[in-house]
Design a protein around this ligand. Structure first.
Ligand SMILES: Cc1ncc(C[n+]2csc(CCOP(=O)(O)OP(=O)(O)O)c2C)c(N)n1
Ligand SMILES: [Mg+2]
Length: 1012
């Protein structure tokens, strides 16, 4: 029996055009091979075969319109044919799970349906203050302790959970808390001990502390304007050192390396360690924050400025945490797609407690838990201070963070108290010590560390007789020595160890420390610590003594660095530790293989006219991607990133074709499973569907765009977004992408202030190109026709992914449908497209008066239409230039002008703008769907009269036609303005312009759109 392939369910569409036939009669094809591409007015989708076999006849041809059920292919008969679409593989499981869930539900209902009168409206109190029956409480607590010691934590946890569930079902109103007491999460007896030599580690840490401070102080002594920070690293030194000595594994030829996001302004400490490791020398330390001369050390982690050292720009606060989360997620994506091995690599991010107030810092913690990112470890250094003062003077930042992270599903490890507290806490039989710990607010904790032991005795322990008694045998000095967890290498080690072994969820280590630790009276725990960059001699001597740095007073006065001999125990130990962990860190390297750009002919179909068929550049782009997915080199490397707009851009066909990445696969049968473009989630899915989350999508894009260095796999990320919700929304991340040397494509779709009709003020983008132009390594284009897009995109692939140039592309696409012409045969056309402009058309019939018309994006077409009117109705010739990028033209213009000014005696160079327009006749009029500043950019690079038109002002909803009229970039305005320009240049009489203004009902009295 012969088998037939019919058009499957294609959703709401009917009579959809066949635009490509991918098979022919006699071909042997397999299930899932694409056979034809169909295209509606919104999207193009490949139809895969659900039959394997030999094609007897192809029943359709290009241009045919098809609907569901129409015949596509006839197959010769074969026994192994499978006509029926297989039942989605998970269906059976889903049914089974549903049935099981129903039985559970029944049981639950039985409990819930107990008579209402049985419900006791009791309120369970969890606070000690209102303990109605302490003896009973004691009984319960003892029972719990017995369970813990007999059956372990898991059993105790189970019982508590059951109790809570029971109480909830009985109608008890349980006050909800995500907090545990203000003590360490890991009890002393469960701490895993480090096998390191603590004495030597302390000595090394002291030297790093000293050199970091010395570097900042020396720089500011020389040039007080340089700035820098001492207090931040001083509070974090132990947190970094334990990681460096014991946990963070470097990238080498056997292992991909852990990725560490260092807190931006702790950079001095990282340089100071690199100095001891022999990676940086004194001269380099002395050029901290003096980067203009090569070899200087950058103020903060900047891969652009120190490309062999820093990996992640973090100093714009809030970006680090978000980027780290998406980095960890991307790592899992690469693993699940089989592009890298699962080697247990971790992503560590160091964050300030003040930084956690940035909405970005916590904005993605839900995703991290949902995606079960157990490869991610946050370390929040809670020194209780930010720049101006306490982070939470009246509250407790550690508890607040604990609540938020636990609520989101993270594994939370609090490291509050150092080892000296252990015996005190163990002896706190009455619970009063923990009670004070809970009651004391951060403002008080900070003030205590700015004072002394006597003050702590009085204000803290003195609060209750029980606690006063607890420390009665301790001297004030002993009390002062009671350390905070973040400064105790044992506690930090135990926390790191636990975090590294945690499975199934991300971990946050919340460590308490002291800002400016060891800096003495001027710098420790005082509100001004953050900005302390100078230490006077007394402070330096104190600092030396505090950390036993082996320097003489004289050496301290000279603020000398200290580096022990290469053969010293310290240096040997330090290097050995790093050797054991695979090498130095941070280090930025890349061993990624380039991706060969596809041959030019892959885009040939975009170089011929679309004839009568109208399409948008967005649709042309989707067609182009569909084609790229057929290129064996490119296809697996594409990372399409879409924030819940795939349907807007006609990309839903990708769901089926390459799947949506979902680390758990698809646990449900999608509602639209019968349709061709069904919502398919898959563990090895390729599309990153980020939801309504531009910042997250951009973070994913940055992770993929720097994959070549962080994972040694060159990838091609393409992030497609609503252009208005691009740069102005995530501008800081885009800037960080530039710093990170990201490579990939950003596509601003539905672009153009007047091209996106209907939507209105907050949707219509008339300035993204200008924002993009502020990023030095961002290459931008605003193409009009499909062949321009093809040429630009292929060159982007070649430059970034084959030639490894550290630039990234921003291309706008629009949703206006029009037919696209054939690519001009002119051999210079391609060069012009890439450089920013080329002549697309010339009207030359009358040879009297001429005007140069420059148009970009969709407004080029208005310009072309205006030129036709000028020719036909006013006998005015024109040359029309398609400007694909005013930004690129400006870059070239600036460079040429600079060269000429610096080389007045040499032969002067000519800008590309001048090359194009220098010998042309008549004034220039330029327009785009962006602010006038867009086209104005090239005004300085031609000595001809230049007039700019554009869409300055707030957008508003209306039809495309009305919007263009409002912003004065429609054909009619362009004709009238063109005539006015010529009149101003005294090439025609002004009456023509005046008449045209009247004819087109242009209101000369209307205020500038910027004022409306
Ligand atoms: C987005 C952003 N806003 C402001 C700053 C300026 N700034 C640098 S450090 C700092 C205080 C940091 O406090 P915290 O996060 O607690 O770090 P700590 O130094 O205390 O470890 C501020 C406001 C910045 N770098 N980035
Ligand atoms: Mg802080």
């Amino acid at each position: 029996m012969s088998k037939k392939l019919l058009v499957p369910d294609i959703g709401d569409f009917e009579e959809v055009e066949v635009i490509e036939i991918l098979v022919k009669q006699g071909d042997q094809i397999n299930t899932n091979d694409p056979v034809v591409t169909i295209e509606s007015d919104k999207s193009s989708v490949e139809i895969p075969s659900n039959i394997s076999g030999i094609i007897k006849t192809v029943a359709v041809k290009v241009g045919d319109k098809v609907s569901k059920g129409d015949l596509l292919l006839d197959f010769t008969s074969s026994d192994q044919d499978h006509l029926d679409k297989p039942i989605p593989k998970d269906t059976e499981n889903i049914i089974k799970q549903a049935e099981e869930a129903m039985t559970e539900k029944k049981e639950e209902n039985a409990i819930l349906q107990k008579p209402a009168q049985e419900k006791k409206q009791s309120i369970i109190q969890v606070t000690n203050d209102s303990d109605l029956d302490p003896l009973e409480t004691q009984d319960w607590i003892e029972s719990l302790s017995a369970v813990i010691s007999k059956d372990g934590n898991q059993r105790a946890h189970f019982l508590i959970k059951e109790l809570i569930n029971k109480a909830y079902r009985e109608g008890a109103n349980i006050p909800y808390t995500q907090n545990t007491p203000y003590i360490n999460t890991i009890p002393p007896e469960s701490e895993v001990k480090s096998n390191g030599d603590q004495n030597i580690e302390r000595r090394i840490r002291s030297l790093i502390r000293w050199n970091a401070a010395a570097m900042v102080v020396r720089a500011n002594k020389k040039f007080p304007e340089l700035g820098g920070h001492i207090g931040t690293f001083a509070s974090a030194a132990t947190l970094y050192d334990v990681g460096m000595n014991h946990f963070w594994r470097a990238k080498n030829n056997k292992f991909g390396g852990d990725l560490v996001y260092f807190q931006g302004h702790s950079a001095p400490g990282i340089y100071a360690r690199a100095f001891l490791e022999g990676r940086l020398n004194e001269k380099q330390l002395d050029s901290f924050r003096q980067e203009v001369k090569p070899g200087g050390l950058s103020s903060y982690p900047h891969p652009w400025l120190m490309p062999n050292f820093w990996q992640f720009p973090t100093v714009s606060m809030g970006l680090g945490p978000m980027l780290a989360i998406y980095q960890a997620r991307y790592m899992k994506y690469l693993i699940n797609r089989g592009l890298i091995k699962d080697e247990g690599r971790k992503v560590w991010a160091f964050l300030g407690d003040g930084e956690m107030d940035e909405p970005e810092s916590m904005g993605a913690i839900g995703l991290a838990a949902r995606e079960k990112l157990d490869n991610l470890i946050f370390v929040v250094n809670c020194n209780l201070q930010r720049l101006d003062g306490p982070v939470r003077g009246n509250g407790k930042i550690i508890q607040e963070l604990e609540g938020s992270f636990r609520g989101a599903g993270w594994n939370v490890i609090k490291v509050i108290w150092g080892s000296y507290w252990d015996s005190l806490i163990a002896n706190d039989k009455t619970g009063h010590l923990v009670k004070i710990m809970n009651e004391t607010v951060d403002g008080e904790y900070q003030a205590m560390k700015a004072r002394d032991g006597a003050y702590v005795r009085e204000k803290f322990f003195g609060k209750y007789p029980e606690t006063k008694e607890l420390v009665s045998s301790l001297s004030d000095k002993d009390i002062w020595r009671l350390n905070r967890g973040g400064h105790d290498p044992h506690k930090v080690y135990a926390a790191y160890d636990k975090a590294s072994k945690n499975e199934g969820s991300p971990t946050v280590i919340i460590a308490k420390s002291i800002k400016g630790y060891g800096m003495g009276k001027t710098g420790e725990s005082v509100n001004t610590t953050h900005q302390t960059k100078k230490l006077d001699v007394d402070d330096l001597l104190y600092y030396r003594d505090r950390f036993d740095v082996p320097l003489t007073d004289e050496q301290v006065r000279n603020i000398e660095y200290f580096k022990p001999d290469e053969k010293s125990a310290e240096i040997k130990y330090l290097k050995e530790r790093r050797l054991n962990l695979g090498g130095f860190l941070p280090e930025r390297t890349t061993y990624a293989k380039p991706i060969k750009a596809p041959s030019k002919d892959i885009f040939d179909f975009m170089k011929i006219s679309t004839g009568e068929k109208e399409m948008s550049t967005t649709m042309a782009m989707v067609r182009m991607f569909t084609n790229l997915l057929r290129d064996k080199n490119i296809s697996p490397r594409l990372v399409p990133i879409i924030p819940d707009e795939a349907r807007t851009f006609g990309m839903e066909g990708f769901f089926q074709k390459i799947g949506i990445y979902a680390h758990e696969g698809q646990k449900y049968e999608p509602e639209d499973s019968a349709q061709l473009s069904s919502y398919r989630e898959d563990k090895s899915g390729q599309v990153l569907e980020e939801g309504i989350n531009e910042a997250g999508a951009m973070s994913s894009w940055i992770a993929a765009a720097t994959s070549y260095t962080n994972h040694d796999v060159e990838m091609i990320p393409i992030y497609i977004f609503y252009s208005m919700f691009g740069f102005q929304r995530i501008g800081d991340l885009a800037w960080a992408a530039g710093d990170s040397q990201a490579r990939g494509f950003l596509i601003g779709a539905t672009a153009g202030r007047t091209t996106l009709a209907g939507e209105g003020l907050q949707h219509q983008d008339g300035h993204s190109h200008l924002i993009a132009s502020t990023i030095p390594n961002c290459v931008t284009y605003d193409p009009t026709f499909h062949y321009e897009l093809a040429v630009i995109f292929r060159e982007g692939l070649r430059r970034m992914h084959e030639k490894k140039e550290n630039v990234f592309y921003y291309i706008t696409t629009m949703n206006e449908n029009y037919s696209h012409p054939e690519m001009p045969k002119d051999k210079n056309c391609e060069e012009g497209i890439l450089k920013g402009m080329y002549k697309i058309k010339e009207f030359n019939k009358f040879k009297k008066i001429k005007i140069q018309l420059l148009g970009s994006g969709t407004i080029l077409r208005e310009m072309m239409a205006a030129a036709e009117v000028l020719q036909n109705e006013y006998q005015i010739d024109s040359e029309i230039w398609s400007v694909t990028s005013f930004n690129e033209l400006r870059k070239d213009g600036m460079e040429v002008e600079r060269y000429n000014l610096l080389n007045p005696d040499k032969e002067q160079k000519i800008s590309f703008v001048e090359k194009c327009l220098g010998k042309s006749e008549g004034p220039i009029m330029a327009a785009s769907d962006y602010m006038r500043m867009n086209s104005d950019q090239i005004r300085p690079y031609t000595n001809k009269s230049f007039y700019s038109l554009g869409t300055d002002g707030f957008g508003r909803s209306d039809t495309r036609k009305n919007l263009r009229k409002f912003f004065e970039v429609d054909k009619e305005h362009l004709v009238a303005y063109g005539l006015s320009v010529l009149a101003r240049e005294q090439l025609i009489a002004s009456k023509y312009a005046k008449e045209a203004i009247k004819k087109y009902n242009i209101d000369g009295e209307k205020p500038m759109p910027t004022k409306l």
